[in-house]
Ligand binder design. Structure first.
Ligand SMILES: [Zn+2]
Length: 276
């Protein structure tokens, strides 16, 4: 078999690093007054947070001062307690209850919470935190480091991946927020918290994600105009044949297309699909 890389430490920009374990990526920013870390990714492998701690120590002696939750989902949020000796825990207000309810001693409840854009300052470096605001219950945070020209938006911008299952929010709202990201935030590199097929992208990848939502919407409209029933297998077949030339090579196209269609229809009908 070919050699498989399970873990790696990468640099996205000067002083901005990523640590990957299989398909989960944590990001950290090093300053001379401490480190800001996003996510510990300790659910799939409980030892990942310790690997992240050691990876940080391999590039700086500075301690982690801020641990930022990209959102509450446990594959990304688990395991930050290993940084509790030096770090404050930061997250969206909506992330507090799910994390508290889980009662996982390895995953501290955030004690710096916000629901409006805010900033953290570390060693003269200002790191901006923007609520993704996909819905009233959404707890995703867009992390932006203007100095490093890097942004991180976990799950929503995975280059060359179709969106997750039934979509992580109302499709029009997602497209709106992706446009905002492209137009208003200054960065060269976007990090998605996942690694397959690539750990980072550019504004071009965001435009391609937006394009997918648009093309999926149009293909569903075409299927409706052809008289096919909402979400029926025939609709999926036609939508697949329309989208396949452009998106067939994207990760999880076959796995998630039918769910993407169901999600698109449900969100537009004013029903949030069942939790992902
Ligand atoms: Zn994820």
């Amino acid at each position: 078999m070919t050699t498989e890389s399970l873990a790696e430490l990468v640099r996205f920009a000067p002083d901005v690093y990523g640590f990957r374990w299989v398909n989960h990526v944590a990001m950290f920013i090093v300053t001379d007054a401490g480190v800001l870390l996003v996510d510990a990714n300790g659910q799939v492998n409980p030892r990942t947070p310790a690997l992240i701690k050691e990876a940080i120590r391999s590039v700086t002696a500075q301690p982690v001062k801020y641990f930022v939750y990209s959102h509450s989902a446990f594959d990304h949020s688990t395991g930050g307690a290993i940084f509790a000796d030096t770090a404050r825990f930061v997250g969206h207000r909506n992330a507090v209850e799910p994390i508290r309810a889980a009662k996982d001693p390895t995953t501290p409840v955030p004690d710096i919470v916000f629901d409006k854009p805010t900033s953290l300052e570390l060693g003269g470096r200002k790191i901006d935190l923007h609520p993704a605001d996909l819905s009233p219950t959404d707890d995703y945070v867009v992390v932006h480091d203007p100095a490093g020209r890097v942004a991180m938006f976990v799950d929503l911008i995975q280059p060359r991946n179709v969106p997750f299952r039934t979509l992580l929010g109302h499709p029009e709202r997602i497209v709106e927020r992706l446009s905002w990201l492209e137009a208003k935030l200054d960065f060269d590199v976007i990090v998605s918290g996942h690694a397959t097929p690539q750990m980072s992208g550019t504004k071009q990848d965001i435009a391609e994600q937006r394009g997918y939502y648009r093309d999926l919407t149009d293909a569903i409209a075409t299927a409706r105009a052809a008289g096919l029933a909402e979400g029926a297998p025939e609709m999926t077949t036609l939508v697949r044949s329309i989208l396949h030339p452009k998106y067939g090579a994207w990760r999880r196209f076959d796995e998630f297309l039918a769910l993407n269609i169901q999600g698109m229809i449900a969100w537009r009908a004013g029903k949030a699909p069942a939790a992902h």
